[in-house]
Design a protein around this ligand. Structure first.
Ligand code: B1M
Length: 212
């Protein structure tokens, strides 16, 4: 447990080298990747979020912490991946236009890949035009949208409308998530579902695909 607490502290300190060392150490001690993710890396980022909120740290520190967290995520990623990829369905993920947050979406992607879905991550700040083009090209079963800002979450509605206008809405289920997003907002914009965290996102995708 001590190693996980140290991982959280290293995310807060933005110490990438230490995170690399401690994430490997935690694995060698037998901690499962989910626990290292939740009780180490995510715990550390939540603490950074609290400090950011109360003006104890500022953007540069948050950015350094998120880069350090990414180092840990990349070590864990292969452990979530599954050789069953391509079997259960294809999912496109995107952080919507104007929004640069992608840590949570990456975790969602890792969980989905681990469960045997093929994930195409379009990245951050993705416009509706690019999303529509990607759906036409890749024909996914589910589109997952992420937004962390109250100001960018409204763009999700525009994406849903653009998918509709392109005549693609029947072809793809739309799931949305991110800290400010709620189930009622998903209903309001005509998305097919909402997930508050990565584990729920996996459940949601399974549920949506079972209805196809
Ligand atoms: Co920003 N930021 N940030 N930030 N940032 C927040 C979101 C904020 C809540 C901080 C705060 O004030 N307390 C606040 C938003 C306020 C609001 O609108 N409600 C905020 C702000 C204001 C800003 C800026 C505007 C600051 C500024 O410039 N003045 C700016 C905006 C930039 C932009 O996007 N245009 C900004 C910038 C940044 C950084 C670039 C420095 C960095 C992002 C780096 C990166 O992602 N690569 C950053 C970070 C790291 C945060 C906090 C501290 C942490 C976010 C995070 O990674 N959480 C955040 C505070 C907080 O959340 N406590 C904050 C950990 C992650 C595991 O959780 O992302 O919630 P989360 O993902 C979860 C679920 O939400 C869900 O599953 C994930 C895993 O369980 N989920 C989905 C997410 N996407 C999903 C999609 C799905 C399903 C589930 O689809 C199916």
């Amino acid at each position: 447990m001590r190693t996980l607490t140290e991982i959280a502290a290293s995310v807060e300190a933005g110490d990438s080298a230490k995170i690399k060392e401690l994430t490997r150490k935690a694995l060698s001690q037998g901690h499962c990747p989910e626990k290292i993710l939740d009780d180490g890396l995510v715990q550390g980022m939540s603490a950074v979020g609290e400090k950011f909120k109360s003006n104890e740290v500022f953007i540069p520190e948050v950015l350094i912490a998120s880069r350090a967290m990414n180092v840990g995520l990349e070590i864990l990623r292969p452990l979530f991946s599954s050789d069953r990829a391509h079997l259960r369905g294809r999912i496109i993920l995107a952080t919507v236009k104007g929004d640069l947050h992608d840590i949570g979406k990456k975790i969602v992607g890792m969980m989905l890949e681990g469960a045997g879905y093929e994930v195409i991550d379009l990245g951050i700040d993705v416009s509706m035009g690019n999303i529509v083009r990607a759906i036409k090209t890749n024909r996914p079963s589910v589109l997952g949208l992420s937004a962390l800002l109250t100001t960018t979450m409204s763009y999700m509605r525009e994406v849903v409308e653009a998918v509709e206008h392109a005549g693609l809405r029947r072809r793809v289920r739309i799931a949305i998530g991110g800290a400010p997003v709620t189930r009622s907002y998903a209903d309001e914009i005509g998305a097919d579902g909402y997930a508050p965290d990565a584990a729920s996102a996996l459940e949601l995708v399974k549920r949506l695909l079972s209805k196809v």
